[in-house]
Design a protein around this ligand. Sequence first.
Ligand SMILES: Cc1cc2nc3c(=O)[nH]c(=O)nc-3n(C[C@H](O)[C@H](O)[C@H](O)COP(=O)(O)OP(=O)(O)OC[C@H]3O[C@@H](n4cnc5c(N)ncnc54)[C@H](O)[C@@H]3O)c2cc1C
Length: 450
Amino acid sequence: MAMKSATPIDALTHGVIQAGLCTGCGACIALDESPHSLMQDTHLGPIPAWMADSRLPLWSTQACPGLGVNYPDLYQKHYGHYPNQWLLGEIQSVWTGHASDPAIRRIGASGGVLTQVLVYLLETGKVDAVILAQQGRPTPEKARAVIAQTPEAILAGAQSIYIPVSMLDLLKTLEPQKTYAITCLPEQSAALRVMQQEGFAPAMQVQYVVGLYTGTALYPAAISCFLRSRGIREDDSIQSLKWRAGEWPGYLEIKTESGRIVRSKKVYYNFLIPFYITQTSLQSMDFVNEFADLSVGDAWSPVFEAQGVGHSIIVARTQPMASIIAEMEREGWLSLEEEDPLKASDMHGHMLDFKKRGGYLRNQWRRKMGRPAPDYGYRPAGIPLSRVLVEIVISSLFVVGRTAWARWVVARIPESIIGPVFNTLRLGWKKLSRPTKRKGLGDFHVDIST
Ligand SMILES: Cc1cc2nc3c(=O)[nH]c(=O)nc-3n(C[C@H](O)[C@H](O)[C@H](O)COP(=O)(O)OP(=O)(O)OC[C@H]3O[C@@H](n4cnc5c(N)ncnc54)[C@H](O)[C@@H]3O)c2cc1C
């Protein structure tokens, strides 16, 4: 008797959700025929909750970042060709800069560029509304995708959110006649592009994808660990939370019911990363949001860091988006400097390597151990042995850090100690591993799986 082939829901349930690989993007919920299925909060971030009448189209598995979106294939379909270089993806123009309006620059995570672009798209009628992420919905420590129809609502969504937020399930609720822009992390942009290629109607209403460079995100439990390390009692509930409050690069700021306000510099609360880094952050091979029309990250450079005000790195991947950014500069919305793409990539060499080569190695190792891992359809050419050895050190740190006992210990070390100690170790390790991690990155090539 022939075996009944697995449905997409079976494939996603076993190969992604139970394997701990769900990125929480929400694409499958948007595609589900059931009007009742939804993304539900878990300790691993949002994951799909199917209903008895759930049914997905067969192609939905190709849009799932947990299984892996085939990047070479998507490049051919979306851009019509492979990227002009594989390290940074397809590029029309690169700038560093910030929103010209100081208030928007200040509330943004880096230079307020994304917020300013979204306001511009709305105010010039290029879109009817914007889908963005907002911290504090439905409760202060959580975050949700929301639809903003006014500049004020866009400003309310400024800042980065470092816990997983499902963005694409909201596609299910779009008004059919309207056009939208959306903010996406890299896996969400890629999933959305597959949905557009397959002609999924709500995805076709999205005119602009504005993307964030994405290094590491944290599981929600990182917040309680941080509070514990600052001596906050469990019953002292959170009243507000900002991940990048104040001047760039900003600090985590949490206000509690008892009136306590705790702040931690971004470089200090990074100590949470080895203990609470999401699985998606480890498996992803896309740092620079290769399928967004516009990708924006922090412009880390000694010159900008010395100024202490936000600067972004801004990459336009399509001609229409490059024209919009140039228009915004001409009209005084953005202050920009054009940059050489490869020189600009030096600001993020470590994270580019962490994703492109580290992500590939980590996925390979999982597969060798018989565990599912996302397949991006290509592999970096010629990874040196020294880089493999460095990855063994990095991955071991994450394996140990994410155990229950390591998390128990770290929550009991005051943040005033672990923050600076971790930062010193991080900078030391960066310096030590820099030659290995940068070796061959300037000449990055890939082999495409067939
Ligand atoms: C998890 C995460 C990791 C990151 N890692 C890096 C890194 O390693 N290196 C680097 O250079 N930059 C990184 N960034 C990007 C950086 O933090 C800034 O978001 C980016 O520079 C844009 O700044 P901005 O001031 O232009 O954005 P803003 O003007 O503050 O606008 C940000 C927009 O993005 C939306 N948004 C915020 N968080 C999310 C989210 N989780 N999902 C979907 N939409 C969201 C907001 O709603 C807002 O509309 C990361 C961002 C995130 C969310």
